[in-house]
Design a protein around this ligand. Structure first.
Ligand SMILES: [Zn+2]
Length: 404
């Protein structure tokens, strides 16, 4: 992919991040994981930030190890969303479609709360199976314009369509928007959540860059996608998800829906932060290189002083950061994570054994690096005994720091 995924214009390179193993590729034993190159770019015309590489999605998503149901913070976010949905008239008669429905957790909540009809689409076989076991109808496929035609023939149109944390993953964001346009009822609402480029830049979250995340979005890029596909944003919220995301409320282009003032506010925020200035975009390389060196130096220094260091978080971003900053099995004893799908396995590219958090103890750890920093307060609360016993946490962003 040499051209912009949104507007097809030419790309300019920000940084070549080298080669990393796929962040979801946990293995049953220590192996030499296959590595793939990764390069960050921006579009010279619309400024959409994106990686060039696009791997076979079956490599990434067919057996997906991230389950919606797992994090408490995530459940909390969903509950807050339900309040907004009520305002927009969701109810018994609403037909709902969720794109990338994962294990069906979100649909299950909607069905329980609103007694509505809802179906999901998800490409991961393991997750679709899990969702179906909870009686959540799930189409096991990638959502696209083509698939939207099949869905329309069977179910007609929908009042609510959700795409939470998926637009960053797709090769053709225009295909998703075109499919949504095809399935959205006249007065229907499309609700999309995506990590906000603003935070990625402001807080230097380059650990968000890995092969599953190919596009880094802003209010501007979502608006561009809307206008290319006969849709418009009428409301936007900043939400505390994935290190700071935007939730966009979208309707058909000709809808009479009033446009929220919040659009102008966030638009100004993006402009004021010079998010799309070439200088700012080009400078990101330097910021990334400096951060990588800083965190590596901190951990290497502790290791030299014989401290025992482990990591909390086997999430994608954690596995990306470990590989970019060369935080490997020479420095780290174990990785802790709640995901039962990952426990007992070895981390991609760094071959460190993943254990359940119940094994976290001062007996075997001096420093715990929190790589799932987006849920750091949840983790710190959960591990307060470790802290009380004299253990220390390392928080990687925005600047690496020790918490005790
Ligand atoms: Zn573009």
């Amino acid at each position: 992919m040499k051209n912009c995924r949104i507007c097809k214009s030419k790309l300019k390179k920000i940084i070549n991040l080298g080669k990393i193993a796929l962040v979801g590729n946990f293995s049953k034993s220590k192996i030499k994981h296959k590595k793939y190159s990764i390069t960050l770019n921006y579009c010279m015309k619309c400024k959409h930030v994106q990686i060039t590489e696009y791997l076979d999605p079956n490599l990434l998503f067919k057996n997906y190890l991230w389950e919606t149901g797992i994090s408490k913070s995530n459940i909390f976010l969903i509950k807050k969303l339900l309040i907004s949905l009520k305002k927009y008239g969701i109810g018994k008669k609403s037909k709902i479609l969720e794109i990338a429905s994962n294990d069906g957790s979100f649909i299950q909540i909607l069905k329980e709360k609103f007694k509505c009809f809802a179906i999901g689409v998800d490409p991961a076989q393991n997750l679709a199976k899990k969702a179906r076991s909870k009686k959540i109808s799930t189409i096991n496929d990638y959502f696209s314009y083509e698939l939207s035609k099949k869905i329309k023939r069977k179910f007609d149109k929908f009042e609510f369509i959700f795409a939470r944390n998926v637009i960053a993953h797709v090769k053709s964001p225009n295909g998703i928007f075109r499919g949504v346009k095809n399935l959205l009822s006249n007065d229907g609402i499309f609700i999309l959540e995506v990590p906000h480029l603003l935070n990625i830049f402001k807080e230097n979250q380059y650990d968000n860059i890995f092969h599953e995340h190919i596009g880094f979005h802003s209010l501007k890029s979502i608006r561009d996608l809307c206008s290319l596909n006969g849709l418009k944003i009428f409301n936007v919220e900043l939400i505390d998800s994935q290190g700071g995301s935007i939730r966009c409320y979208i309707k058909n282009k000709y809808s009479a829906q009033k446009i929220s003032k919040k659009i102008q506010i966030i638009d100004n925020l993006e402009k004021k932060s010079k998010l799309f200035s070439n200088k700012n975009l080009d400078n990101f390389e330097k910021t990334i290189v400096q951060h990588k060196q800083k965190i590596n130096k901190l951990i290497t220094g502790l290791k030299k002083n014989n401290f025992r260091i482990s990591v909390y978080g086997a999430s994608g971003k954690g596995q990306a950061l470990m590989q970019y900053a060369k935080i490997n099995n020479k420095l780290i004893d174990n990785v802790f994570d709640k995901s039962r799908l990952k426990c007992g396995k070895y981390t991609p590219g760094t071959n460190i054994k993943v254990l359940e958090p119940k094994y976290i103890s001062r007996k075997n750890i001096d420093y715990l690096v929190i790589l799932s920093w987006n849920i750091k307060s949840e983790i710190i609360k959960q591990e307060k005994k470790f802290l009380k016993d004299g253990g220390k946490f390392i928080i990687p962003f925005p600047k690496p720091m020790i918490l005790n």
